[in-house]
Design a protein around this ligand. Structure first.
Ligand SMILES: [Ca+2]
Ligand SMILES: [Ca+2]
Length: 378
């Protein structure tokens, strides 16, 4: 009997322990907040893009003329030239389809493409790109590849939910003799890989190449311990509140009581990557990621050869040109309203007649006073 008690006690302890380790992961996420379905377009949580504006908690597209006028010309995939990046993005936001192609003027032969090679299906493979100014296609170095870039590449290829966080691409026996590859850096919310910055770094010898498996509905097999993104994608619960936008719509980083891994917790309940802390741009809507940054050393940049324009720097520049504060002002739509201050609500019917009579009597009294004054003055 005693042995049974000991066994039951051990079982209870084990179950409790298991529950604690399980809920500690879930405890990072605030359930009530999740019901509000916040995404990267929820301006109660995050800043809108410079080509959007915040109206009643949602980022909506600006009209191109509402963009700052300063900037350099950009070319879109339909070969149409725009005076600024902001104008191109605002039109893309209003009418999705045409995307950013290159910074500068449009050329007849300019073409950007991204494709997946050596995969069994169209949704997986090694990532190959053809840059606008380059003649040949090139692979991307694995060392520069993260979930941010993977989501953008998949979105560019038409997979709306971005990259799969669970499945890995397995290259068969095929060996690729490539001693050269491109480094790429995205912010994660671009709609085309062409908007990301490509650099060629001094490399020695063979490098592993970047691969991706894009998320498809077929891959939709929820795990035991999953987090469902607002866009419908399933990711591991372990990937919520780690500062990395695994969902693609940022919904795994917007309802966090605390953050894990290399991330910074904003008071608004948002987890941002730790490299966004003290980077000179306010990322938390409450601003604390740029507070107390004295003596915060910036990471030295490696020697690089930049092959495409830094459109993220251009985005930051446009953001800096926008009005900083608009407290208490909902939007720029001016609606004229006439108001009557004070008085009593008028009654219908016979009361109106009485009011008119009262006004007449009042005027009559004023006239009598004026006449009396005139007699005295004479
Ligand atoms: Ca995440
Ligand atoms: Ca920052």
């Amino acid at each position: 009997m005693k042995l049974l008690h000991v066994f039951l006690l051990f079982l209870c302890f084990h179950l409790r322990f298991c529950k604690v380790t399980y809920t500690s992961q879930e405890d990072l996420v605030e359930k009530k907040c999740l019901a509000k379905k916040y995404t990267h377009l929820s301006c109660d949580k995050v800043f809108c893009q410079p080509w959007q504006r915040c109206i009643e908690g949602t980022c909506i597209c600006k009209l191109p003329y509402q963009c700052p006028k300063n900037g350099t010309a950009v070319c879109a995939t339909n070969r149409r030239s725009f005076p600024t990046y902001c104008q191109q993005k605002s039109l893309e936001c209003l009418r999705p389809g045409t995307k950013f192609l290159n910074n500068g003027t449009c050329t007849a032969e300019g073409k950007f493409s991204v494709s997946l090679k050596h995969g069994i299906t169209d949704s997986e493979g090694i990532v190959e790109v053809k840059l606008v100014d380059q003649d040949k296609t090139m692979f991307i170095c694995k060392s520069s590849w993260s979930m941010r870039e993977a989501n953008v590449a998949c979105l560019d290829l038409g997979f709306q939910q971005g990259a799969d966080t669970q499945r890995r691409f397995k290259l068969s026996d095929l060996s690729i003799n490539s001693t050269e590859c491109l480094h790429v850096h995205c912010r994660g919310l671009e709609t085309s890989l062409a908007e990301c910055t490509f650099t060629k770094r001094r490399t020695m010898g063979y490098q592993d190449l970047a691969d991706v498996v894009c998320y498809t509905q077929k891959a939709d097999s929820p795990m035991n311990d999953f987090f469902q993104c607002v866009n419908g994608k399933y990711i591991s619960q372990m990937k919520a509140c780690d500062g990395i936008n695994d969902c693609g719509d940022q919904s795994d980083e917007l309802c966090c009581k605390a953050c894990q891994g290399k991330s910074f917790h904003c008071k608004s309940g948002v987890c941002i990557p730790s490299q966004y802390q003290c980077n000179g741009e306010v990322d938390c809507i409450t601003g604390e990621d740029e507070v107390g940054c004295e003596g915060f050393a910036s990471v030295a940049q490696e020697e690089t050869e930049i092959l495409t324009a830094d459109m993220d720097a251009e985005r930051r520049r446009i953001k800096s040109l926008l009005p900083k504060l608009s407290c208490g002002v909902k939007n720029r739509m001016h609606i004229r309203r006439k108001r009557i201050v004070g008085g009593k609500r008028a009654q219908l019917g016979g009361k109106m007649k009485q009011i008119s009579l009262d006004i007449f009597k009042g005027l009559h009294k004023v006239y009598a006073i004026l006449e009396f004054c005139c007699i005295i003055l004479k």
